[in-house]
Design a protein around this ligand. Structure first.
Ligand SMILES: NC(=O)c1ccc[n+]([C@@H]2O[C@H](COP(=O)([O-])OP(=O)(O)OC[C@H]3O[C@@H](n4cnc5c(N)ncnc54)[C@H](O)[C@@H]3O)[C@@H](O)[C@H]2O)c1
Length: 278
């Protein structure tokens, strides 16, 4: 999609961090941006900050774990701006510092609910909304470098699992939309300086409500503040991926050696005498 100007985009998780960076970059590129987030006041403030600079933005409350709120946000977006062209399924939460055997069911449900169901609901509702008018469109799903490797010692297995799922869903979506005018990208950021360390503050009430994990959060927050990229640059990366129809949109520091080592291990396993080819 070469021209973003005048098109309408919805960005989930737009009150903070990468979502705010994407919303800002899309608005700067001339798009109408629906900023959707579970933090009602937070997203209203963020939208106010952007609209003050003459951007066409609109805040809506959404909880991507709850399908009806996705349906309602889409209807509001179409009422306000007309046709939807770009969907950024970006809302996500962390899960780190706890070994798999110790992660309680409600935390599994939380990370699966936001990071996987959020994208599934986006595919089920935003994609048909883009397809129905026949004009060009684009879908960006936020995965992570954690969708390509499980870093030893980080104890973020559930998060990484959800990001492998985001990657796989996006690969499948690319196949399914190959004969349409909708492009597809998977956003794969390295460490970015956002509020993700405190992501459990937004755990929805139906999943147990807000949670504070002070020690784990402090460790991650400090790491991201020290080495994390500015989320505005991630927004610019997304605009470029949409314009150039780039599938793997990596940005920031990528653990390339670890990803390559994983791929080499798979290659070697494929050479086993037990494997036949089809
Ligand atoms: N920060 C990083 O280092 C990094 C790296 C790779 C990928 N990511 C991914 O980027 C995405 C954005 O995270 P971020 O780092 O900007 O974090 P962030 O916490 O700064 O922003 C996430 C936003 O999502 C919103 N949100 C949370 N649950 C929601 C729900 N149920 N419905 C709607 N909105 C919800 C939050 O309110 C918040 O505004 C996530 O998918 C995350 O996994 C982040």
């Amino acid at each position: 999609m070469k021209d973003i100007s005048g098109k309408t985009a919805i960005v989930t998780g737009a009150a903070s961090g990468i979502g705010l960076g994407i919303a800002t970059a899309l608005a700067e590129a001339g798009a109408n941006v629906v900023m959707a987030d579970i933090q009602k006041e937070g997203v209203e403030q963020a939208a106010h900050g952007l609209s003050g600079t003459n951007k066409r933005v609109m805040p809506v409350r959404i909880d991507v774990t709850q399908e009806q709120t996705v349906v309602d946000a889409l209807a509001e977006a179409e009422r306000n701006f007309g046709k939807l062209h770009i969907a950024c399924n970006n809302a996500g939460v962390p899960m780190h510092g706890t070994r798999l055997v110790d992660v309680p069911p409600e935390d599994w449900a939380f990370v699966i609910g936001v990071n996987m169901w959020g994208i599934i609901h986006g595919i089920r509702h935003f994609v048909p909304a883009i397809l129905k008018h026949g004009e060009e469109g684009h879908v960006v799903n936020t995965a992570s470098v954690a969708g390509f490797q499980n870093r030893r010692g980080t104890d973020q297995g559930p998060y990484s699992m959800s990001k492998y799922a985001a990657l796989s869903l996006t690969e499948a979506l690319e196949h399914e939309l190959a004969d349409t005018r909708i492009g597809v990208s998977v956003l794969c950021p390295g460490p970015i300086n956002t509020n993700i360390a405190r992501g459990a503050r937004n755990r929805p009430a139906h999943m147990g409500g807000p949670q504070v994990r002070a020690t784990d959060e402090a460790v991650l927050a400090e790491r991201l503040a020290t080495i994390g990229l500015d989320p505005k640059q991630v927004g610019e990366r997304v605009v470029d991926a949409i314009r150039t129809n780039t599938f793997y949109a990596f940005v920031g520091a990528v653990p390339a050696d670890i990803i390559r080592a994983r791929h080499r291990r798979i290659e070697e396993a494929l050479n086993s005498r037990w494997v036949t080819h089809y």
